[in-house]
Ligand binder design. Structure first.
Ligand code: NAG
Ligand code: NAG
Ligand code: NAG
Length: 368
């Protein structure tokens, strides 16, 4: 059984005019989650990788919250009941052998502090903080996405390339923001770029979920900027590109990819399948049931057609981070494979289903 942790829900508290909470469902993260399930199924169908061994999964929503991510880490280490997606093939609980996740660097670090001592390998698809490359601190951490160390240097090159020598820099106050900025400032100095200011958050808005910081800048549109240069996590975020101010932003993205069969898998949601999963039900109701203002409400009756939907969940035109999720599952499967399978002389592969795989064994075999 492998664990998966995704930031499906976001909670933001803003104090722009009065204290209000913005609650949102990130259907792109739901796509990441479903890509993990897809990869598990594909591996289960494969006769080369883990023949005769069935992978299972337990997936959780960390709600983009650090306390929640820590809670999930404890549950994964203990093998308690899954909170979401209890439908389909759950065969009961078990301590997970490896974990795919988290999305953000800070929740990933929080999880590693808890789960690391158990030796359970954690493979992130989206945590880019260079700080995570420290193998002494995080011996069980792996990732399929490159460290920000490379991005910082590349961004400084890019700015130099366009001859912009005078810039301002803003970041979120998080491990991703602070470490990323530190690396960038160093790289910028090397390139002879003058950084006028480097700020965390602007005063009027207090945001609990700091990774959403740039989103708010774009939404409130209060800062006058001639050109935005963004880091990967927001320059390819469909939510950000909705704002014209951000639509012209440039930066580096993870390459696009094509995952054959994934689109059909994502769209293969019968009302039956949806109603078996609380998470899919929420997505479905949100996509078909209510408008974003919550004013017009209509009830789902099973006649909804997902083919007609245009949401980040159904948008498979880019598959950047999604591919990193897919690769993370495969990295884990290969590590388990080399722990329990052996190639015979006559080149058949024999896997010992009954062998209890220790997470530390898998940790030693994980290569990404
Ligand atoms: C796995 O095999 C089943 C049965 O052949 C098929 O229906 C399903 O689409 C396959 N899943 C993947 C992800 O390849
Ligand atoms: C390969 O060898 C194993 C024993 O080492 C045997 O059980 C198996 O049937 C053989 N497979 C083939 C295809 O010859
Ligand atoms: C979780 C999952 O997809 N399990 C499936 C793995 O593949 C086997 C063989 O196709 C199925 O029986 C499992 O249900």
């Amino acid at each position: 059984v492998i664990g998966g942790v995704f930031s499906i829900h976001n909670y933001m508290h803003t104090v722009l005019t009065h204290l209000s909470s913005i609650y949102s469902f990130d259907s792109r993260e739901l796509r990441f989650l479903r890509a993990m399930v897809f990869a598990v199924e594909e591996i289960n169908n494969s006769s080369d990788l883990l023949p005769g061994v069935t992978l299972g999964y337990q997936v959780y929503d960390s709600c983009t919250s650090i306390p929640m991510a820590m809670n999930v880490a404890i549950q994964l280490a203990n093998g308690l009941d899954p909170m979401f997606d209890t439908g389909e093939q759950c065969s009961g609980s078990a301590t997970v052998t490896a974990i795919v996740g988290e999305s953000g660097s800070t929740p990933t670090i929080s999880m590693l502090r808890i789960i690391g001592p158990f030796g359970i390998p954690q493979v992130s698809y989206f945590s880019t903080c260079a700080c995570l490359s420290d193998k002494k601190q995080y011996p069980t951490f792996f990732r399929t996405i490159p460290s920000d160390q490379f991005q910082a240097a590349a961004l400084a090159h890019l700015i130099r390339h366009f001859g912009w020598t005078w810039i301002g820099a803003v970041r979120s106050d998080s491990d991703y923001g602070n470490n990323g900025m530190a690396a960038f400032l160093q790289a910028a100095q090397k390139e002879g770029i003058c950084v006028e200011y480097s700020e965390t958050i602007f005063v009027k808005v207090a945001i609990i979920n700091l990774s959403l910081f740039p989103k708010l800048i774009c939404e409130t549109n209060k800062i006058c900027i001639s050109s935005w240069i963004g880091s990967e996590s927001w320059v390819t975020d469909p939510d950000m590109l909705r704002f014209s101010l951000c639509a012209g932003a440039i930066g580096f993205g993870i390459p696009r990819s094509v995952i054959p069969g994934l689109r059909d898998f994502l769209l293969d949601l019968s009302p039956q399948k949806v109603s078996n999963s609380p998470l899919l039900t929420e997505f479905w109701e949100g996509a078909f049931g209510w408008t974003t203002t919550g004013v017009e409400e209509k009830v789902c009756d099973g006649s909804e057609d997902i083919q007609q939907l245009q949401t980040p969940y159904t948008d498979t035109s880019q598959l950047r981070v999604t591919n990193m999720v897919y690769k993370a599952v495969y990295a884990i499967a290969h590590a388990i494979h080399s722990s329990v399978c052996e190639e015979r002389e006559n080149s058949t592969v024999n896997c010992d289903k009954n062998l209890h795989v220790k997470p530390t064994q898998v940790n030693d075999k994980t290569i990404v």
